[in-house]
Design a protein. Structure first.
Length: 331
């Protein structure tokens, strides 16, 4: 078999027509316009086939030969020289199977590995981290979004004392809870921070018709603290940010990153699963403390009325729709 191609003289980019063939003696014969040369295969430097890259044969004098058809040269020199990587690159089913396996691994990493790693990191995280992050988030919210409460001091004191008594009768929480009053123009709401702070807004206090109704929402926020949803969300988001930083080389301070993500989370809410877990915690504690979830259902009904038609359909929202939550409490 004769394989045609081009050759480059030693230390030159000049191209010359050439051909090679494997002689019965086992030597490789190079034919150029300058004549014939014969070399044993052991004297030659033959690049391993890799994908569609051409095979290069380098002769002892520095002459280089590149075949027009690398596959013909490969067959002539013997399949034994073909590298495993080369065979893999030409094996389409193996490539497809590898890509599918990678997708499965990535999916398992995000559905199982990431939650496990997130929980493990939150459990071993120093208590100073959620404390510091919570303080930073509250400071940022106060600077850009929230205003001081306009509730009377006596009313704030009465609600705070009730909150303290209620918290003392709950199972131990990961952090010590505390109540913070603020005013916000986005309607009745409450928020939980990683340091145990529960921010209750004036509109929510005004909306509640009974203390038990208000307590049900505060218990919901304590449910987020009990399940450490805040820190888990922060750590999960930070892990994703860290992965991007590794790829792009862009990074920022850990606390600043936590704080920025924390502000987004507390203003946009939690995942559907986290909200359901917080509802379950609040309902369980309402039954234990007050013997009924009726005040909680009543509070959700009041919130549902204030939401009007502005709430997203359940299939578009990451949160359970209020009507679904009310229905769940009715069962």
């Amino acid at each position: 078999m004769i394989v045609r191609g081009i050759c480059h003289p030693p230390r030159s980019s000049e191209k010359r027509d050439a051909s090679v063939q494997l002689l019965p003696s086992g030597q490789l014969q190079l034919v150029t316009e300058l004549g014939l040369q014969e070399w044993s295969l052991a004297e030659l430097e033959i690049s391993k086939p890799l994908g569609n890259l051409p095979i290069k044969v380098v002769f002892p004098d520095g002459m280089q030969f590149i075949a027009d058809d690398s596959r013909s040269l490969e067959r002539m020199l013997g399949a034994g020289r073909s590298s495993r990587l080369h065979r893999v690159e030409r094996n389409i089913p193996m490539i497809a199977a590898s890509l599918a396996a990678m997708l499965v691994v990535f999916a398992l990493m995000f559905t199982h590995g990431m939650p496990w790693l997130t929980g493990a990191l939150v459990r071993v995280m120093p208590v100073q981290v959620p404390q510091l992050v919570g303080e930073h988030v509250l400071a940022t919210l106060d600077e850009h979004m929230l205003e001081p409460s306009t509730l009377t001091l006596s009313r704030q004191t009465a609600i705070s004392e009730r909150f303290t008594r209620m918290s003392a009768n709950l199972p131990p929480l990961p952090v010590q809870p505390k109540l913070v009053f603020r005013r916000w123009g986005n309607g009745p709401n409450a928020m939980a921070l990683s340091d145990g702070s529960v921010i209750v807004f004036d509109d929510l206090v005004e909306l509640a018709e009974t203390s038990e109704q208000l307590d049900s929402i505060l218990l919901h926020e304590l449910g987020h603290i009990q399940h450490q949803h805040v820190m888990k969300s922060l750590v999960r988001s930070t892990l994703l940010s860290a992965a991007v930083a590794v790829v792009t080389g862009e990074s920022t301070g850990l606390i600043d990153t936590f704080s920025g993500i924390g502000v987004f989370l507390v203003t946009q809410g939690y995942s559907r699963t986290a909200e359901e877990e917080a509802d379950e915690y609040a309902a369980e504690q309402m039954v234990r403390l007050y013997g009924s979830v009726v005040p909680m259902r009543q509070m959700f009904e009041l919130l549902n009325k204030t939401a009007g038609s502005g709430e997203l359909p359940e299939w578009l929202s990451t949160h359970p729709e209020l009507e679904s939550r009310i229905e769940g409490l009715s069962q």
